[in-house]
Ligand binder design. Structure first.
Ligand code: 5RP
Length: 262
C-alpha cells in the first residue's frame, strides 16, 4: 500500500496515526469527515479489531458513518451518548491560534455540533493547511434551500462591511446540481482571500436568517497534530502554548517514508 501513497497521503497517514494514540478504551469519540479523517477511522478500526479498543463513536457525516461501520466500529448517535470525550477531525485551514476553516467536505454543521459537544477537539492536518491568516480557502456556509438566493444576497451585503479581501460567493455544485448536505441544505462558498477578523465575521454571518452555520471554528480546537510526508510531526497545543516536534514511531515506517517530500 505504501508504494502507492502520494506525499499528501503519507502526511495524512502520519497525523491520523499519531492522533489515534489519544483514543483509549471507554471513550466516546467524535469522528470527523474528509480524507484525513478517513485515515483516522481506518486506524481506529484496526485498533478495535487487533487491540481490543472499546469505544463508542459518533460520526459527523453519513460517509464517515458508513466507513466506521465497515471498519467494525460501534457507531452511536450524539443523542445516545449526550457528550463526547474527544473529537478528531480534519480542517481546510488552521492558524496559530488554532482557529479553523472547515466544511470543504460539506459536513461543517454536524462537525461543529460534534466538536462543541466534546471535552476536547483535536485537528489532524498536513502542513499545507497551516496559514498565517484564514481565508485563502473559500469559507463554506450552510444555508437552507428556502430562499437561498436571498440569503446569498444578505451575505454579500454583509461582506461589504467586513475586513476581507474578496467578496464573491458561489453555490456549491455536485454533478451539475446544487450540492445537498446530510441535513438537506446547500453550501455557499465565500471566496474572501483574507479574513481580517474571523471572530467578528463568524458572529455576523450567523445572524443572517437562512444561514444555518458557518465553517469558521473559533476557540473550538484544542490541539492540532500536523503531519509531514517524511514522518515528522508537530503537536500544537493552544492551552499549553506548546509546539512539540516528534516523529512517527511505527514498525515498518522507514519503508513508508522513503523518497518523499512535502
Ligand atoms: C469536511 C471538512 C474536512 O475536515 C476538511 O474539508 C478537510 O478535508 P481533507 O482531510 O480531505 O483535506 O471540514 O467538511
Amino acid at each position: 500500500m505504501s508504494d502507492e501513497m502520494t506525499a499528501a497521503d503519507k502526511a495524512k497517514f502520519v497525523t491520523a496515526h499519531r492522533a489515534a494514540d489519544f483514543v483509549h478504551s471507554g471513550m466516546r469519540v467524535g469522528l470527523g469527515t474528509g480524507s484525513t479523517a478517513a485515515f483516522l477511522v481506518r486506524r481506529l478500526g484496526q485498533m478495535v479489531r487487533d487491540d481490543n479498543l472499546q469505544i463508542r463513536c459518533v460520526p459527523t457525516s453519513t460517509r464517515t458513518a458508513e466507513l466506521a461501520r465497515a471498519e467494525g466500529m460501534d457507531v452511536v448517535t450524539l443523542e445516545q451518548v449526550g457528550w463526547l470525550d474527544l473529537t478528531i477531525d480534519g480542517a481546510d485551514e488552521f492558524d496559530d491560534d488554532l482557529n479553523l476553516i472547515k466544511g470543504g467536505g460539506g459536513a461543517l454543521l454536524q462537525e461543529k455540533i460534534v466538536a462543541m459537544a466534546s471535552d476536547r477537539m483535536v485537528v489532524i492536518a498536513d502542513a499545507a493547511k497551516h496559514v498565517e491568516t484564514l481565508g485563502a480557502f473559500p469559507l463554506p456556509v450552510e444555508v437552507i434551500p428556502f430562499g437561498w438566493q436571498t440569503t446569498q444576497k444578505l451575505i454579500e451585503d454583509l461582506l461589504v462591511s467586513m475586513d476581507v479581501d474578496g467578496r464573491s460567493t458561489a453555490l456549491r455544485m455536485a454533478g451539475g446540481v446544487p450540492f445537498v448536505t446530510d441535513e438537506g441544505n446547500h453550501i455557499l462558498d465565500l471566496d474572501l482571500g483574507r479574513i481580517g477578523d474571523a471572530r467578528q465575521l463568524a458572529l455576523a454571518l450567523n445572524r443572517i436568517p437562512g444561514l444555518v452555520e458557518n465553517g469558521l471554528f473559533i476557540d473550538i480546537c484544542d490541539q492540532v497534530v500536523v503531519g509531514h510526508s517524511d514522518g515528522r510531526l508537530e503537536l500544537r497545543d493552544i492551552a499549553k502554548g506548546t509546539i512539540i516536534q516528534e516523529r512517527l514511531d511505527l514498525p515498518g515506517a522507514d519503508n513508508l517514508f522513503t523518497d518523499v517530500a512535502d
